[in-house]
Design a protein around this ligand. Structure first.
Ligand SMILES: [Zn+2]
Length: 221
């Protein structure tokens, strides 16, 4: 074997090794529908959504050195109260909501974002919910900016959920591309501060919200 052959052989080994390290991140999903066996099919849909979207969401909001939980549990609980919640990597959905809104499978996407955010306790609930709803409604459900609710309040961004999600979509497309993952990483690393908005855009949060309201109300095209 001459040196060229040896080099080719070495590269073949390296490339073969990279097949394994280049595999899509997978998630193990445990589904418990024992309390409501009649909703098994909906549960299976939820499980499939988590398996399909987990690696995508992981790539959408990466943080260097951070590994999200790789085992997710979904429980459909027998209850007419509430919609869904997530504690750690355990997503629980109420049967009453599923029976009334079987088409609302996207709620599982929102809860899955919470699993991957993995922030632990934080006082920035509005932002946690805003990021989860931004990924659900702007990315998963592909809604345009005009779809998002726009309350007439000076600190409306603090409403969280779809309202904050629209604000984040506007920031991403108009003012500071990449800001969602900067906020996400700051929340994960426990060093979030409102200053981040100003350092990324040149405006503080209240001024940004005012600019957002003005632009939404007076479209330029
Ligand atoms: Zn939530």
């Amino acid at each position: 074997m001459n040196s060229t052959h040896q080099l080719v052989a070495a590269w073949t080994v390296l490339l073969a090794g990279c097949w394994a390290c280049g595999e899509t991140k997978t998630v193990t999903v445990e589904l418990d529908t024992s309390a409501v066996p009649e909703l098994r099919e909906w549960g299976e849909q939820a499980k499939a959504l988590v398996e399909e979207w987990y690696p995508r969401i992981v790539n959408l909001i990466p943080t260097k050195g951070f590994e999200p939980p790789t085992e997710v549990k979904i429980t459909l609980r027998k209850s007419d109260r509430g919609i869904a919640d997530t504690a750690g990597a355990h997503i629980r959905v109420s049967s009453g909501w599923i029976e009334k809104h079987p088409e609302d499978i996207g709620l599982v996407f929102h809860e899955l974002v919470h699993v991957i955010q993995n922030y632990g306790p934080t006082r920035q609930g509005w932002l946690v919910e805003g990021i989860a709803d931004y990924l659900r409604w702007a990315i998963y459900e592909a809604k345009p900016l005009s779809w998002f609710a726009l309350p007439n309040r000076p600190d409306g961004y603090r409403q969280g959920y779809q309202v904050t999600a629209g604000f984040l979509l506007w920031l991403e497309s108009d003012r500071a591309p990449g800001i969602v993952n900067k906020l996400n990483t700051a929340l994960r690393n426990k060093n979030y501060s409102e200053e981040l908005f100003e350092s990324q855009t040149g405006l503080n949060l209240d001024a940004l919200w005012a600019a957002y309201q003005q632009e939404r109300r007076q479209p330029t095209d």
